[in-house]
Design a protein around this ligand. Structure first.
Ligand code: SF4
Length: 160
């Protein structure tokens, strides 16, 4: 992956826009293109492995396969709006800063709380108008059994 703009220049740090922390909860290997999915799989494994996450503004490491197209939705202000909604909701839930520039790690307890909040609608503000809304609602309703993020499933070597 070639980092550009706000994306990560450090292989051990994953650059994510805030709403993608919410999206990762219900990621089941579906996405816009095969390249998008394989890149997303790598990032989920790294986050599972405990890599540091740096919150960025605009296109991030998940957007990377799409964002070189200047017309990609990743560049739209509506997506920035999702990030602001997510940063506020995550900060309220976990008591930490999720705005651009923050460095965070997610542990099992964080993901458990995020899943529970998502199921109860407390992390759904970023989802307004999203084309994946029904799919994500279904994944949560099924107890996240098909979600690819599996806390503690991957050792820390995934960061390097
Ligand atoms: S509905 Fe859209 S914004 Fe919400 S978690 Fe799913 S993909 Fe992310």
């Amino acid at each position: 992956m070639m980092p550009t703009d706000s994306r990560s220049a450090d292989a051990a740090v994953i650059a994510l826009r805030a709403h993608h922390l919410v999206c990762m909860l219900t990621y089941i290997g579906k996405g816009y293109t095969p390249g998008f999915v394989s890149n997303y799989d790598r990032i989920v494994a790294a986050v599972d492995g405990g890599c540091v996450i740096r919150i960025v503004e605009g296109p991030d490491d998940i957007c990377e396969p799409l964002a070189r197209d200047e017309n990609a939705h990743c560049h739209r202000c509506s997506v920035d709006w999702r990030d602001r909604q997510a940063a506020t909701a995550l900060s309220d839930l976990l008591g930490r800063d999720f705005n651009p520039g923050a460095s965070i790690g997610l542990d099992d307890e964080d993901v458990r709380q995020m899943r529970q909040a998502f199921q109860h609608g407390k992390l759904r503000a970023p989802c307004t108008g999203c084309q994946w809304n029904a799919l994500c609602t279904g994944v949560a309703a099924a107890g996240f059994k098909d979600a690819r993020i599996k806390p503690s499933a991957v050792p820390p070597e995934a960061c390097s």
